[in-house]
Design a protein around this ligand. Structure first.
Ligand code: ADE
Length: 425
């Protein structure tokens, strides 16, 4: 494998490419690395590689010509990568794929970046190493070279080690220990001293599952888990931020067709389906808010049938879902209920099919880690202005760029709850 680094700072790579496994791989010809400085392809007296941006603004932009000439000096079959924060996020799968290439060019931008026409003129793969901005592509190029090289035969001492590491198995790695057996009162787990390789392998798999569930739950769902893995993982204690999330379905005050405050009737499907979402995602509770006594009585009769009556006997799963539902008179009663239950006043997040939001689902999840959140869903033509004004935050429409935004409230509830909690297994 040959890496061609196109960089204005070839000296940047001196030390990292001279030590450790990268240094050894270069010595043993497992790897070849060439550093190409676009400055060497300039013709003017000052050897210029950058210029001021058209349209004004701070910083300098890298010139096209020296980079194009640098790329033209490379072998024809070179896979060309440009390091940029706007690129596809690098991961282990990408590293494995790149390790099958023969020649890879890594174009490192500096300053404000490279003249945008480079992407029109050259077939480049844009790659980022994370959602943050570095001084240039050089650090990112180092990361890529190291992650890719680890897949090359002979790079690692023992070829199997790359398959056992974090991400190679799809899971985070199990913990490693070495001598001494006890340190500051902490002992190496007994199983690792047992010499029983079957037990050790099982323990390591379980620790990998445990670490992944605790630290990166979102990667678990895409893994092939055996029935034994699933059994083990289901019984692990896990963070359940959904316990802090409550839903309130408001039937008053909501807007009617003319935009006036009004009251709607209960909808059986909304009661059932949102309750099923609450049970599936482990939410703290679901409030049906209506000030109408006959509607409250109707809801209670319905709930009694499904949680205690014939419905519950016929369908215990439905009984479990509907047991999360409480009938309350108004939103304030729901707030009070959450306060009594959790000891804290919930953060009220209103939802709307129109208008701008001021909080994202990711930010709601952040709130849930420390305090309860009461998400308010409207019926009819949406929550009335007074509810929106009193809420702490507003969640924007599910599809904020589309002109058509007419999901049923139960569909919107499912999508929003999944967007907030979906990464949690
Ligand atoms: N250049 C500057 N920041 C970068 C990043 N995060 N990934 C790749 N190249 C970059």
């Amino acid at each position: 494998m040959h890496f061609y680094i196109i960089t204005l700072f070839p000296e940047y790579f001196e030390s990292p490419l001279n030590c450790g496994l990268m240094g050894k791989a270069l010595q043993n010809n497992i790897l070849e690395i060439s550093r190409i400085n676009p400055r060497d392809f300039t013709l003017d007296r000052h050897r210029s590689v950058d210029d001021r941006p058209y349209g004004g603004g701070p910083g300098m932009v890298m010139l096209l010509e020296p980079i194009i000439k640098s790329l033209k000096s490379l072998p024809q079959d070179c896979t060309k990568i440009m390091l940029t924060p706007k690129g596809r996020l690098m991961d282990q799968e990408m590293a494995a794929g790149l390790s099958r290439e023969k020649n890879i060019a890594l174009v490192c931008g500096r300053y404000e970046g490279i003249d945008a026409r480079l992407e029109d003129l050259v077939d480049l793969e844009l790659v980022s190493i994370g959602d943050y901005v570095l001084n240039g592509g050089e650090t990112a190029a180092l990361c890529i070279m190291e992650a890719v090289s680890r897949f090359l035969p002979g790079f690692l001492g023992k070829q199997e080690s790359v398959g056992e590491e974090s991400f190679s198995s799809g899971l985070l790695e199990y913990p490693h220990y070495t001598r001494p057996e006890a340190y500051a009162g902490f002992r190496v787990p007994e199983v690792l001293l047992s010499g029983d390789h079957g037990r050790i392998a099982r323990w390591r798999r379980q620790k990998a599952l445990e670490n992944t569930l605790k630290l990166r739950p979102e990667i678990l769902e895409s893994q092939h888990l055996t029935p034994e893995d699933l059994d083990f993982t289901r019984n692990l204690q896990r963070l359940r931020p959904g316990r802090n999330l409550f839903i309130s379905l408001l039937h008053h005050p909501v807007k009617n067709k003319m935009g006036q405050d009004s009251t709607t009737s209960l909808t059986n499907l909304d009661i059932h389906d949102i309750a099923r979402v609450c049970a599936t995602y482990g939410l703290g509770g679901y409030f049906l808010c209506t000030p109408l006594l006959d509607q409250q009585n109707l809801a209670r009769r319905l709930l009694e049938h499904w949680t205690q009556g014939a419905g519950a006997r016929a369908n215990p799963d439905r009984a479990r879902a509907l047991s999360t539902v409480r009938v309350v008179h108004c939103l304030q009663d729901a707030v009070q209920y959450v306060h009594n239950l959790t000891g804290e006043c919930p953060c009220i997040v209103a939802t709307s099919a129109s208008g701008p939001g001021d909080i994202s689902c990711r930010q709601v999840l952040k709130h849930l880690r420390t305090k309860p959140v009461l998400m308010v869903l409207g019926t009819g033509y949406g929550l009335s202005r007074s509810v929106l004004q009193d809420a702490d935050h507003m969640l924007g429409p599910v599809r904020f760029l589309e002109g058509y935004n007419h999901l049923s409230v139960r569909s919107a509830a499912s999508i929003i709850v999944d967007r907030i909690l979906g990464d949690y297994a």
